[in-house]
Ligand binder design. Structure first.
Ligand SMILES: [Mg+2]
Ligand SMILES: [Zn+2]
Length: 414
């Protein structure tokens, strides 16, 4: 169960719900902001350390092969296994068996979600299952999970009660055990996944950052908006935009709000280059009765007004009002406010940076699959953890050139 080095993408389907776009194009080649959707997946895999990609092609597979070739331009080695359009997904995998690594990452070719191969691999190793899927909560779902992440029921008909999650692809599979569980090589992969669930051999790794799909024309429009480059930076408030109050004390009124001048200066420089901002702030003082929620809102409104007067746009300011004992999904280091930003602004979290002053800020960003930078006196607190920030500095001003080059690099790739 080594960390997968090979990714396999199911690219053979007809894409009937994308017609007329797919009259002449295979679905994974659907144009998204001037690039085939599949380029975004291949780039994502490259960024996750995958160096070899196997594309299982079918319908109009030659179009895919002509575009990607051996993968040199995409920075990964790409090979192909081609079969007739009518083959089911199980058959495509079987026919490619000789080309598969012992452990491989398997993707559908119509979903995008930020993911971490390291996190998925750790989850997979801990459970020792044949397949570990990435799953998301959804109203119309096909998966029921146990609290420990094991799939209790996998129902492709979506008819059973108590189904809460849907798989989005991004699964780690153990080749030999997968084929042992495959009764009918001509059937869809979902038949084998159902069998695996029945034998306690299937696990589901939950992500709550909304995934995006190109499965129909309406979704394609939303997905294009999501995948379009944006210059949006996420920021903590206390200790980052304004001076930090003493621990367990709160900024209780505008008269106690002291601007962190270097951050404001940095935000101004970024705003001049087209950046906007979203603020994510823990305010447990509200739950503790030491801070009035309306006062916090009024302070944030005043902060936004004054920054707007300097040409700096804060798109919104999210606040977690909960106590640390409440177990909410929004108090950092939980990633709930990040996912809200992702949903409300079609913000791709693997293409932005969170700025904070507390190691828990970096932890929250890590939990959201987002980069972080840490400023201020505690900036080295997360250096030895998985949540290590991408950069640290005394003030944000020193990091403006790095931020600019980071975003420019992102804008140059899918
Ligand atoms: Mg702070
Ligand atoms: Zn909360």
């Amino acid at each position: 169960m080594n960390r997968p080095e090979q990714a396999v993408i199911l690219c053979g389907g007809l894409g009937t719900r994308l017609r007329p776009l797919t009259d002449n194009l295979p679905k994974p080649m659907a144009p998204v902001n001037g690039r085939p959707f599949l380029e975004y997946l291949v780039q994502q895999l490259r960024e996750q350390g995958i160096r070899r990609v196997l594309l299982l092609t079918g319908y109009r597979g030659e179009t895919i092969r002509e575009h990607f070739g051996d993968g040199t331009a995409a920075g990964v080695a790409i090979s192909y296994s081609h079969g007739p359009t009518e083959w089911e997904t199980g058959r495509r995998l079987c026919e490619a068996r000789e080309l598969l690594d012992a452990s491989f990452l398997l993707l559908y070719s119509d979903n995008y979600a930020p993911f971490s191969l390291d996190k998925l691999q750790a989850f997979h190793m801990a459970r020792g299952t044949t397949v570990s899927l990435s799953v998301q909560p959804k109203a119309k779902a096909n998966i029921r999970l146990a609290p420990n992440g094991m799939v209790k029921l996998y129902d492709p008909t979506r008819a059973a009660p108590g189904l809460e999650f849907v798989e989005i692809g991004y699964m780690i599979a153990e080749r030999d055990r997968l084929f042992s569980a495959m009764d009918d090589a001509d059937a869809s992969l979902s038949v084998t996944l159902r069998t695996l669930a029945e034998h306690n051999e299937l696990a589901g790794h939950v992500s709550r950052d909304p995934y995006h799909s190109i499965s129909d024309l309406d979704r394609l429009v939303v997905t294009a908006r999501y995948l379009a480059p944006k210059r949006i930076v996420l920021l903590d408030r206390d200790g980052t935009i304004n001076a930090r109050p003493p621990r367990a004390e709160y900024v209780t009124g505008w008269d106690k709000f002291d601007w962190a001048d270097a951050t404001v200066e940095a935000m101004g420089q970024l705003a001049d280059r087209g950046f906007q901002f979203i603020v994510l702030s823990n305010q447990a003082g509200i739950a503790r009765g030491m801070l009035d929620a309306e006062v916090v809102d009024a302070m944030n409104a005043r902060m936004r007004d004054e920054l707007a007067g300097r040409g700096i746009e804060i798109l919104t300011a999210y606040v977690c009002p909960h106590h640390w004992d409440d177990g909410c999904e929004c108090r950092k280091p939980a990633p709930g406010m990040f996912f809200r930003a992702s949903a409300e602004f079609q913000l791709r979290l693997d293409r932005t940076v969170y700025v904070g002053d507390d190691p828990r800020d970096s932890e929250a960003a890590y939990n959201a699959n987002c980069l972080s930078v840490l400023i201020g006196p505690d900036r080295h607190g997360a250096d030895t953890s998985d949540a290590k920030p991408a950069r640290t500095a005394e003030t944000l001003l020193e990091l403006v050139p790095w931020l600019l080059s980071r975003f420019e690099e992102w804008e140059s790739v899918p």
